[in-house]
Design a binder for this molecule. Sequence first.
Ligand SMILES: C[S@@+](CC[C@H](N)C(=O)[O-])C[C@H]1O[C@@H](n2cnc3c(N)ncnc32)[C@H](O)[C@@H]1O
Length: 311
Amino acid sequence: MNDTESCCDSKSDEDDVSRNDVQRFYSKAAISAQDNLCCPTEYNPVELSHIPKEVLEISYGCGSPVGKAGLQEGQTMVDLGSGGGIDCFIAAKHVGKTGHVYGIDMTEEMLSIARKNSEQVVKNLGYDNIKFKQGFLENIPIEDTCVDLVTSNCVINLSTKKNEVFKEIYRILKPGGHFLISDIISEVEVPEIMKNNKELWGECVSGALTLKDFLNHARDNLFKGLHIQKDYLWKEVEGIKFYSYTIEGCKFSSDEMSIDKNSFFAIYTGPFDSVFFDGTRFQLGETVEIDKETAEIISSYSYKDQFIITN
Ligand SMILES: C[S@@+](CC[C@H](N)C(=O)[O-])C[C@H]1O[C@@H](n2cnc3c(N)ncnc32)[C@H](O)[C@@H]1O
């Protein structure tokens, strides 16, 4: 692992302006807890018993990805946009003293709260397996192919270069590793006027992707076995509904990927929870193996935009 603790320069191009805005937004949110920021998230209280109150007060997630990830003792997890550290501290208990947990965040104020509280968590657990590193989602300060699980809780929507983030997640995962991401998903593409609103971006609204775009980023970056859980309707802004989703994807080893090059896969992206096509049920967000003929038929129908087809 690369142990560099600081890697954030202040380079300023068009995208960095937005990232700097997000950084400023979360510096403030670290110093003074914002009750109504992001979604209310229900954690299992048992998972939180070793975590100091100060961390819980600045928890700005929209799901609880670690609890669903099936982490094993000894595994390595990276949490992107770790904030006050809540998901890292939950994971630290799951992976035990032989495991490793890395929290990545660009905001100094968030990192210093996470690091300060880490000392108490380490005392409570009786071992130290947690490290917080300063860094960007788009350039993760972790070496290639050394991570079992990547999580992120209400953060990817904040990135201005989402494809870079998926590329980086793929790079750091081991073959066979997976991501579990809780994030805000918009029912339709967010209009440009809302995207330029810095407050709405910071509040996890304007940067939200549609489900289809989220899955396309994952698919374009070679993730397979995409699985979606639609958690709840968060809120409606300017007539657009924003939902909390938890999405999982796997990095298959090259052996698994070369099993059948002639297979096709379809992912149904909504708007319904599932549809039947030619006797096959396509559940929202689940990858279904199909033959070439079915792939061609789906691709030529008027509802082809509701499917992602890959081979
Ligand atoms: C909505 S908060 C969520 C924090 C944490 N995941 C939680 O559940 O409480 C977003 C966090 O992501 C960080 N962040 C946003 N964009 C980032 C980026 N591009 N690179 C690194 N960190 C980022 C912010 O500094 C902030 O701490």
